[in-house]
Write a protein that binds this ligand. Structure first.
Ligand SMILES: *Cc1c(COP(=O)(O)O)cnc(C)c1O
Length: 398
């Protein structure tokens, strides 16, 4: 067999490698708690599941088992447009400005194939969700990493991107609330990014996976709230996190109609849509009461506070994040690299966290804890982490 060069270039998906280590220890009989992956542990709210069942057995819907193309079945795109109007005050044409995706990861990967040719550049945040850069590589281009740093509130500094890189750049990726740093971005930053994208003829791609997972009363903006954003921006909106629907695989790309059409053309040649009953259920989620999201968010906020109070017990100075499903924490001095720190926690506390280096060199010095695990597990994991670190620091002092 002779594999493609691109397969070598993209390597093993971070979470596959991480899961392997945990499986090995568990196979040896160790009780390892993983706080590694961001995948909601609670079930999808009942009214959404019931709508799926209704649509699945609806004898009047003769097309329910057929390919799930958007047209003429436009119930999901219309629901997305309705949601954007209600939630963000943004008007979308469901036919030309909304595209159903098989989860946003699918669209995030495929949009590269509509824009990136050999030698083209995608500007991607680092640390960041790995798909932005691997998709650029798979399409024949390359990522340019824009470092996110705490002194700049984890926002990329667009002004320092070199001119020669900008000339080759076609996509600008942003993601707020952010994975993995849990940072949020004010609308003014999106305004600057839209201006920047217009000035340099970039498609601004905003991954809004966590736009509805926010805490302490903070409400995150859509990039499309910026006047004129539709001229240069698309947003990836997902039902996965706010409605506990990661396994359902449904999301939408919204915004600039030319970019939406281009992504649709790529997808028409690769997939055949999302099963209709799933589209109906997702439409139900977006058009019914959003109380379920508030309940879901409350659970994460409680877990976030458990993690933060454990860190405070260790004397770590850490701000509670305003959004996302993560706590991103600095590794204290004396613990080596993020991989060494994560290994130490795995072997001494039997807790798996994600080392920052898994998100590239700019993630070094940090680790990520995911809040998508039951309260009891998080509490026990934090007890173990606190114990292991207190033990270590005593040893270090001797
Ligand atoms: C979870 C996640 C997604 C993937 O969402 P799906 O719609 O389930 O594919 C996209 N972006 C980021 C940053 C995520 O953390």
């Amino acid at each position: 067999m002779r594999f493609s060069r691109r397969l070598d270039m993209i390597g093993v998906y971070l979470f596959s490698a991480l899961g392997q280590k945990v499986r090995e220890l568990r196979a040896k009989g160790l009780d390892v708690i993983s706080l590694g992956i961001g995948d909601p542990d609670n079930p999808t709210p009942d009214h959404i599941v019931l709508e799926m069942i209704r649509a699945l057995i609806d004898p009047n819907d003769k097309d329910r088992h057929r390919y799930g193309s958007d047209w003429p079945s436009d119930v999901f795109p219309r629901a997305v447009a309705h949601y954007y109007r209600q939630r963000f005050g943004v008007d979308l044409d469901p036919q030309n400005e909304v595209l159903t995706l098989i989860g946003s990861k699918e669209g995030i990967a495929h949009i590269a194939f509509a824009f990136i040719d050999d030698g083209d550049v995608a500007l991607v945040p680092a640390p960041g969700y790995p798909v932005y850069s691997t998709a650029a590589i798979m399409a024949g281009g390359e990522p340019y990493f824009m470092p996110l740093r705490p002194e700049n509130s984890w926002l990329p500094n667009l002004e320092i991107i070199p001119e020669d890189v900008l000339k080759r750049a076609k996509l600008l990726w942003l993601n707020y609330p952010n994975n993995p740093t849990a940072a949020v971005a004010p609308l003014e930053f999106f305004e600057r990014a839209v201006n920047f994208a217009m000035e340099h003829d970039l498609l601004l791609c905003h991954d809004a996976a966590y736009v509805d997972i926010t805490y302490d009363g903070y409400i995150a903006p859509s990039v499309l709230q910026v006047p004129g954003a539709k001229e240069c921006a698309v947003e990836f909106f997902s039902l996965s996190k706010p409605y506990n629907m990661t396994g359902w695989r449904i999301a939408a790309a919204v915004g600039n109609p030319q970019a939406i059409r281009a992504l649709r053309t790529i997808k028409d040649n690769i997939d055949s849509g999302v099963m209709r009953p799933i589209q109906f259920a997702a439409a139900k989620a977006l058009t019914s009461s959003q109380d379920c999201v508030r309940e879901i968010v409350k659970i994460y906020q409680r877990r976030r506070d458990l993690v933060i109070s454990a860190f405070r017990e260790l004397g770590w100075d850490i701000e509670p994040p305003k959004g996302s499903l993560y706590v991103w924490a600095r590794i204290p001095d004396g613990y080596g690299t993020s991989m060494e720190f994560a290994s130490m926690l795995l072997y001494e506390a039997h807790v798996a966290v994600t080392p920052g280096c898994g998100y590239g060199e700019y993630g070094e010095g940090y680790f990520r804890i995911s809040l998508t695990y039951p309260d009891e597990l998080i509490e026990e994991a934090m007890r173990r982490i606190v114990r292991a670190i207190k033990r270590k620091s005593k040893k270090n002092k001797r």
